[in-house]
Design a protein around this ligand. Structure first.
Ligand code: URA
Length: 236
């Protein structure tokens, strides 16, 4: 059993408040009968219409995309450029969960499940995201330690992070660092390294909690399994 206004909003008809308005102004029928009562409960067998149009629950879909560089991470681009949505063959109204920069590659989740997306992007959930960064310059362990403990960006200290130097290329003056953060502030990884004067030359997200890029080439995607979706829902 579910409240009628909640059902309408979860089907994407309108916001919860607008759905209530539709109900109380007589636009909504349950099994052919106009229902104006806001608390009305419905079940899976009831047929719901708004202005005599059938309202069906949309199927929830979940994709993991290996985002290439130079693709915009939003649903639409005002200049008509290609976005991550164009890479996925679906009729569902999907959107990216959080953001990756235009020039960042790697793990990106896309879904039409607003509830899961809100949960995963909410700062209180501490979702682990791991990045592999190529830096201009040779990073030292003092900076790595400071980076891990937290630095002040835009007046707010970053949460505990985990960083590991993977490779130092002295000849070309480059460093390769793996960094795991739980926040998702704008350009966070780039800004964290910029704080110490390192420019990020290349950035790839290799992991999103237990999800990684195995089996995928750049630009490829796959559906998440029901087990993986359940696991994402159960993350604290
Ligand atoms: N941090 C960044 O700076 N860029 C990204 O795309 C993701 C995290």
């Amino acid at each position: 059993m579910e409240r009628l206004q909640k059902y309408l909003s979860s089907c994407g008809v309108a916001s919860r408040r607008k759905s209530e308005e539709l109900i109380s102004t007589g636009h909504v029928k349950v099994n052919g009968v106009v229902v104006k009562e806001l608390g009305t409960k419905i079940n899976d067998n009831d047929i719901i219409t708004v202005d005599d149009i059938d309202i069906k629950r949309e199927e929830k879909v979940y994709y993991l995309l290996y985002k290439p560089e130079k693709i915009i991470c939003s649903v639409k681009d005002e200049k008509g450029r290609q976005t991550v949505i164009d890479l996925i063959d679906t009729n569902e109204k999907i959107f990216p969960v959080g953001r990756l920069d235009y020039d960042t590659s790697g793990v990106l989740l896309l879904t039409n499940d607003g509830e899961l997306s809100n949960k995963l992007t909410h700062p209180s959930h501490n979702i682990n995201k791991t990045y592999y960064a190529k830096l201009d310059g040779i990073i030292n362990s003092k900076d790595i330690n400071e980076l891990e403990k937290g630095i002040v960006l835009d007046g707010v200290k970053t949460k505990r992070a985990y960083a590991k130097i993977k490779k130092i290329d002295k000849k070309n003056n480059k460093s390769y660092v793996e960094l795991t953060i739980t926040e998702g502030r704008n350009h966070q990884v780039k800004n964290m390294f910029a704080y110490f004067g390192y420019k990020v030359l290349k950035l790839k997200r290799t992991n999103y909690e237990f999800l990684d890029l195995s089996g995928l080439s750049i630009g490829e995607y796959r559906r998440l399994s029901a087990k993986e979706v359940k696991k994402l829902y159960s993350l604290k």
